[in-house]
Design a protein around this ligand. Structure first.
Ligand SMILES: C[S@@+](CC[C@H](N)C(=O)[O-])C[C@H]1O[C@@H](n2cnc3c(N)ncnc32)[C@H](O)[C@@H]1O
Ligand SMILES: *[C@@H]1O[C@H](CO)[C@@H](O)[C@H](O)[C@H]1NC(C)=O
Length: 533
């Protein structure tokens, strides 16, 4: 039933790289060599005592070598000979492991691979298919070495070299993926995860984002271009501005907290609206620019800037009257930092205080756009005379952020959830809603589109709202499109019903979440399940 799953990891590529760096690279101390070697051994021993899941069956064994042995004896696959045959470097090895796990390819297809391009060439396979996979932490060279008769399994200097190389590879990867924030964002969108690769229901396996993964996230916000994009999104920025300037009475003499201040724009709006004091917090490097910006605008007496994660720092005041933040992600909660805002609310908001924006509606609407559907789906039936129909599945499983032409809407929109930021708690961000879309135009329904609306409402004499829907001026959030595999004929007056599963996991850690969506649609005569199982 589950259709699509969205992984909230910000950049899987950076994640992978981060894993390697953090797990395998003990900080190189200035101390003597022996100390370093000890650290090394400890690291390796720790790794070896981690349980390892087999690549081909459900078996779990106590160490990487034990699993390799098991693969050789029970599945007749020698990973070592594959590494040797294809001369895999650390990158290639990691991609191979993730490829095997995510595609569940059979031992025989693996052993029979020709010398040509490998099926795991894509950088997508740098994303760990299994969280905390000890196989990803193993060193291919070391694996090969340890199977060689008479080899001791690698001296520690070799180990160091290998670690160093892998760290460099990881850093290169990191640098590459961060070099253009746009690309990073596209990658993030590309992460809408195939439901097949992670079985629905088995979402407990979502691991915590670690510090270094956070770093990738925050360094993306350190780059100016992402802020340029946000500031130039007039719908977004002017809504915040209008809300504050037109409701100055709400801000007069108040203490305001800006969670994730970026360039400080919202803090400056608040200061200009009469706030007594504004505390602006951001973890990313952009805060240094914000410090300059605030000074250039002579607001340094009003605005106090603090660098750090809101969860880690201590505010100079006990309570604040107002919290402002622009925390919204794609389809509202994907890649969102609402969790950080709720954390700040629960800790710092004074009784009677407010969070703005306060209300958010999440909506769906049906689309009939055969042209687009053909472009994306039927296209694969005949590509320069070749049948690539197997690609359709992957395409359908992706939820895509794109601008939907309002002329292609065929139903009324329907609100599937309203979130009140002053009262919502994290667990309520998981929900399942039955919906019914009232069809307005007889057509083939080709997609369901999701979007959100944002309201500055509580206590405002001049309420302000903006929509990220297809009928409104486009924003950098665009809309979120869930393509149907097969168009569904619907007639004006029909109700197009379905269920939407929207989940946000939070493993106590404020930045670890997994969102997943599923929907199936049914009309009255017999339910047609628009899912891929
Ligand atoms: C979407 S941007 C908004 C920036 C700015 N408020 C604006 O409207 O232009 C979100 C900012 O929040 C910061 N951020 C996200 N999570 C944070 C956290 N837990 N603690 C501090 N800053 C955070 C990011 O570094 C980023 O600069
Ligand atoms: C937002 O959702 C609520 C129902 O939850 C509804 O009453 C309200 O009209 C919606 N606002 C818009 C603009 O869709």
């Amino acid at each position: 039933m589950m259709l699509l799953q969205l992984l909230k990891n910000l950049c899987a590529f950076a994640l992978t790289a981060g894993d390697v760096v953090a797990e395998d690279m003990p900080e190189l101390s200035d101390g003597d060599e022996d100390d370093e070697d000890d650290v090394d051994k400890e690291q390796w021993m720790e790794e070896e005592s981690q349980p390892v899941s087999c690549l081909f069956c459900d078996k779990v064994l106590g160490s990487v070598p034990a699993i390799l042995q098991h693969c050789t004896s029970d599945h007749e696959v020698s990973l070592v000979s594959i590494i040797r045959k294809h001369d895999l470097d650390d990158y290639g090895y990691i991609k191979m492991i993730n490829f095997i796990r995510s595609t569940k390819c059979s031992p025989s297809c693996l052993m029979g691979l020709p010398d040509g391009p490998l099926p795991w060439e894509s950088e997508d396979f740098l994303r760990p298919a299994l969280q905390d996979d000890p196989l990803l932490q193993a060193d291919p060279e070391e694996l090969c070495g340890s199977e060689e008769p008479g080899s001791s399994g690698g001296s520690s200097s070799r180990t160091h070299d290998a670690l160093l190389r892998r760290t460099q590879a990881a850093e290169e990867g990191l640098a590459r993926s961060l070099e253009d924030v746009h690309k990073l964002k596209l990658l993030v969108q590309g992460l809408f995860l195939d439901a097949e690769t992670s079985k629905s229901g088995e979402l407990g396996a979502v691991a915590k984002l670690r510090e270094d993964e956070d770093e990738a996230y925050f360094s993306s916000y350190g780059h100016y271009s992402i802020h340029e994009e946000m500031l130039k999104d007039k719908v977004r920025t002017e809504s915040y501005r209008d809300f504050m300037y037109r409701n100055a009475e709400v801000f007069r003499d108040k203490v305001v907290l800006d969670v994730g201040c970026g360039t400080g724009i919202l803090s400056m709006f608040a200061a200009r609206s009469g706030a007594k004091k504004v505390i602006a917090v951001d973890q990313s490097e952009i805060i240094y620019q914000a410090m300059d910006i605030v000074r250039s605008n002579n607001l340094e007496d009003k605005i106090t800037l603090i660098k750090g994660r809101i969860e880690d720092i201590k505010l100079p005041v006990e309570k604040v009257d107002i919290i402002i933040s622009e925390w919204m992600g794609y389809f509202l909660l994907y890649e969102s930092m609402l969790d950080s805002v709720l954390y700040a609310r629960d800790l710092y908001l004074a009784d009677g205080g407010s969070v703005y924006p306060d209300l958010c509606n999440i909506s769906l609407v049906a689309v009939g756009d055969i042209q687009k559907h053909q472009d994306r789906i039927a296209f694969w039936d005949d590509v320069y005379g070749f049948n690539m129909a197997c690609m359709k599945k992957a395409v359908v499983h992706d939820a895509v952020a794109e601008v939907v032409n309002a002329d292609t809407l065929i139903s009324e929109p329907t609100v599937i959830q309203t979130i009140d930021c002053n009262t919502v708690c994290l667990s309520e961000l998981e929900f399942t809603t039955d919906f019914c879309l009232k069809i307005l135009n007889t057509a083939d329904c080709t997609a369901i589109v999701g979007y959100f609306d944002i309201f500055f409402d509580k206590g405002c004499s001049n309420k302000v709202m903006f929509s990220t829907g297809p009928q409104a001026t486009k924003t950098h959030w665009r809309q979120t499109v869930f393509l149907l595999e097969k168009p569904l004929f619907v007639q004006a007056g029909d109700g197009l019903g379905g269920q939407f599963v929207y989940k946000t996991w939070d493993n106590c850690d404020s930045t670890s979440q997994l969102n997943s969506f599923g929907c199936f649609l049914g009309n009255t005569e017999g339910k047609q399940t628009i899912s891929h199982h």
